[in-house]
Ligand binder design. Structure first.
Ligand code: NI
Length: 171
Protein backbone atom coordinates (compact mmCIF):
# COMPACT_ATOMS: atom_id res chain seq x y z
CA UNK A 1 0.00 0.00 0.00
CA UNK A 2 1.18 3.45 -0.84
CA UNK A 3 0.17 6.84 0.43
CA UNK A 4 -0.40 8.98 -2.63
CA UNK A 5 -0.02 12.76 -2.91
CA UNK A 6 -3.41 14.51 -2.73
CA UNK A 7 -4.14 17.06 -5.45
CA UNK A 8 -5.23 20.50 -4.27
CA UNK A 9 -7.36 23.03 -6.18
CA UNK A 10 -6.84 24.56 -8.73
CA UNK A 11 -5.17 21.34 -10.04
CA UNK A 12 -6.97 20.79 -13.39
CA UNK A 13 -7.44 17.04 -12.83
CA UNK A 14 -10.04 17.98 -10.20
CA UNK A 15 -12.17 19.60 -12.93
CA UNK A 16 -12.03 16.70 -15.42
CA UNK A 17 -14.83 14.23 -16.03
CA UNK A 18 -13.34 10.89 -15.00
CA UNK A 19 -13.47 7.86 -17.31
CA UNK A 20 -15.49 4.76 -16.41
CA UNK A 21 -13.46 1.74 -15.32
CA UNK A 22 -13.68 -0.79 -18.17
CA UNK A 23 -12.24 -3.79 -16.31
CA UNK A 24 -11.97 -4.26 -12.55
CA UNK A 25 -8.52 -5.82 -12.41
CA UNK A 26 -5.50 -5.93 -10.12
CA UNK A 27 -4.52 -2.38 -11.13
CA UNK A 28 -7.88 -1.03 -9.95
CA UNK A 29 -7.78 -3.10 -6.73
CA UNK A 30 -4.31 -1.70 -5.99
CA UNK A 31 -5.52 1.83 -6.72
CA UNK A 32 -8.44 1.33 -4.29
CA UNK A 33 -6.08 0.01 -1.58
CA UNK A 34 -3.73 2.96 -2.04
CA UNK A 35 -6.67 5.38 -1.97
CA UNK A 36 -7.94 3.88 1.31
CA UNK A 37 -4.45 4.14 2.84
CA UNK A 38 -4.20 7.75 1.64
CA UNK A 39 -7.68 8.58 3.00
CA UNK A 40 -6.98 7.06 6.46
CA UNK A 41 -3.59 8.79 6.59
CA UNK A 42 -5.01 12.25 5.77
CA UNK A 43 -7.34 11.57 7.68
CA UNK A 44 -10.61 11.82 5.77
CA UNK A 45 -13.87 9.92 5.33
CA UNK A 46 -13.90 9.79 1.54
CA UNK A 47 -11.60 10.09 -1.46
CA UNK A 48 -12.12 10.01 -5.21
CA UNK A 49 -9.48 8.86 -7.72
CA UNK A 50 -9.08 12.32 -9.37
CA UNK A 51 -7.88 13.57 -5.97
CA UNK A 52 -4.81 11.37 -6.39
CA UNK A 53 -4.42 12.38 -10.03
CA UNK A 54 -6.22 9.38 -11.57
CA UNK A 55 -9.11 10.42 -13.80
CA UNK A 56 -11.11 7.18 -13.42
CA UNK A 57 -14.42 6.48 -11.70
CA UNK A 58 -13.29 5.00 -8.38
CA UNK A 59 -14.20 6.28 -4.92
CA UNK A 60 -13.54 5.05 -1.39
CA UNK A 61 -15.18 6.02 1.86
CA UNK A 62 -15.44 5.07 5.51
CA UNK A 63 -17.79 7.08 7.70
CA UNK A 64 -17.27 4.88 10.78
CA UNK A 65 -15.03 7.38 12.49
CA UNK A 66 -16.16 6.95 16.11
CA UNK A 67 -13.55 5.84 18.67
CA UNK A 68 -15.35 2.56 19.36
CA UNK A 69 -16.43 1.85 15.78
CA UNK A 70 -14.87 -0.83 13.59
CA UNK A 71 -13.49 0.51 10.29
CA UNK A 72 -16.01 0.14 7.47
CA UNK A 73 -14.08 0.73 4.24
CA UNK A 74 -16.13 0.89 1.05
CA UNK A 75 -14.83 0.83 -2.52
CA UNK A 76 -17.26 1.98 -5.20
CA UNK A 77 -16.30 1.60 -8.86
CA UNK A 78 -18.37 3.38 -11.54
CA UNK A 79 -20.89 4.51 -8.89
CA UNK A 80 -24.22 5.94 -10.05
CA UNK A 81 -27.01 7.51 -7.99
CA UNK A 82 -30.13 5.70 -9.23
CA UNK A 83 -32.60 7.16 -6.70
CA UNK A 84 -32.53 10.24 -4.49
CA UNK A 85 -34.99 11.20 -1.75
CA UNK A 86 -37.21 14.27 -1.98
CA UNK A 87 -36.10 15.04 1.55
CA UNK A 88 -32.84 16.99 1.88
CA UNK A 89 -30.25 17.04 4.60
CA UNK A 90 -27.44 19.37 5.59
CA UNK A 91 -23.92 18.48 6.65
CA UNK A 92 -20.86 20.59 7.20
CA UNK A 93 -18.56 19.38 4.43
CA UNK A 94 -14.87 19.64 3.82
CA UNK A 95 -12.56 18.18 1.19
CA UNK A 96 -8.97 16.93 1.25
CA UNK A 97 -8.42 18.86 -2.00
CA UNK A 98 -9.59 22.13 -0.38
CA UNK A 99 -7.79 22.00 2.97
CA UNK A 100 -9.19 23.78 6.01
CA UNK A 101 -12.38 24.96 4.30
CA UNK A 102 -15.76 23.77 5.57
CA UNK A 103 -19.28 24.85 4.71
CA UNK A 104 -22.79 23.50 5.17
CA UNK A 105 -24.02 21.78 2.01
CA UNK A 106 -27.57 20.62 1.30
CA UNK A 107 -28.07 17.35 -0.60
CA UNK A 108 -30.72 14.62 -0.87
CA UNK A 109 -30.85 12.92 2.54
CA UNK A 110 -31.03 9.38 1.12
CA UNK A 111 -29.68 7.89 -2.07
CA UNK A 112 -29.63 4.48 -3.71
CA UNK A 113 -26.31 3.93 -5.46
CA UNK A 114 -25.30 1.19 -7.88
CA UNK A 115 -21.61 0.38 -8.29
CA UNK A 116 -19.13 -2.37 -9.00
CA UNK A 117 -17.23 -3.88 -6.09
CA UNK A 118 -13.57 -4.91 -6.15
CA UNK A 119 -14.52 -8.20 -7.81
CA UNK A 120 -16.42 -6.38 -10.55
CA UNK A 121 -19.83 -7.49 -9.21
CA UNK A 122 -22.78 -5.11 -9.38
CA UNK A 123 -23.85 -3.93 -5.92
CA UNK A 124 -26.50 -1.59 -4.55
CA UNK A 125 -26.30 0.46 -1.37
CA UNK A 126 -29.09 2.43 0.27
CA UNK A 127 -27.27 5.24 2.02
CA UNK A 128 -28.54 7.83 4.44
CA UNK A 129 -27.02 10.23 6.94
CA UNK A 130 -23.32 10.98 6.62
CA UNK A 131 -22.76 8.07 4.22
CA UNK A 132 -25.29 9.54 1.75
CA UNK A 133 -23.51 12.89 1.85
CA UNK A 134 -20.06 11.31 1.56
CA UNK A 135 -20.95 9.17 -1.48
CA UNK A 136 -22.61 12.12 -3.26
CA UNK A 137 -19.60 14.35 -2.53
CA UNK A 138 -17.23 11.71 -3.95
CA UNK A 139 -19.37 11.01 -7.05
CA UNK A 140 -19.35 14.76 -7.70
CA UNK A 141 -15.53 14.58 -7.85
CA UNK A 142 -15.82 12.07 -10.72
CA UNK A 143 -17.69 14.73 -12.69
CA UNK A 144 -15.22 17.49 -11.83
CA UNK A 145 -17.64 19.00 -9.30
CA UNK A 146 -16.44 20.24 -5.90
CA UNK A 147 -18.48 20.84 -2.75
CA UNK A 148 -17.83 24.58 -3.05
CA UNK A 149 -19.80 24.47 -6.33
CA UNK A 150 -22.91 23.90 -4.17
CA UNK A 151 -22.36 27.23 -2.39
CA UNK A 152 -23.24 30.72 -3.54
CA UNK A 153 -21.08 32.00 -6.36
CA UNK A 154 -19.59 34.62 -4.06
CA UNK A 155 -18.44 32.05 -1.49
CA UNK A 156 -17.16 29.66 -4.15
CA UNK A 157 -15.17 32.35 -5.98
CA UNK A 158 -13.66 33.58 -2.74
CA UNK A 159 -12.34 30.10 -1.89
CA UNK A 160 -11.18 29.39 -5.45
CA UNK A 161 -9.27 32.67 -5.77
CA UNK A 162 -7.53 32.14 -2.44
CA UNK A 163 -6.21 28.75 -3.60
CA UNK A 164 -5.21 30.09 -7.03
CA UNK A 165 -3.18 32.76 -5.26
CA UNK A 166 -1.56 30.20 -2.95
CA UNK A 167 -0.66 27.99 -5.92
CA UNK A 168 0.98 30.96 -7.69
CA UNK A 169 3.00 31.71 -4.58
CA UNK A 170 4.09 28.07 -4.55
CA UNK A 171 2.68 27.65 -1.06
NI1 NI B 1 -13.74 16.05 -1.65
Amino acid sequence: MAILPIRIIPDPVLREKAKPVAVVDERIRQLAKDMLATMYDAPGIGLAAPQVGVSERVVVCDVATGEDEEPAPMVLINPVVVEASQEWGVYEEGCLSIPEVTYDVERPAKVRVEYLDEEGALQTVDADGLLATCIQHEIDHLDGVLFIDHLSRLKRDRVWKRFVKQAKQGA
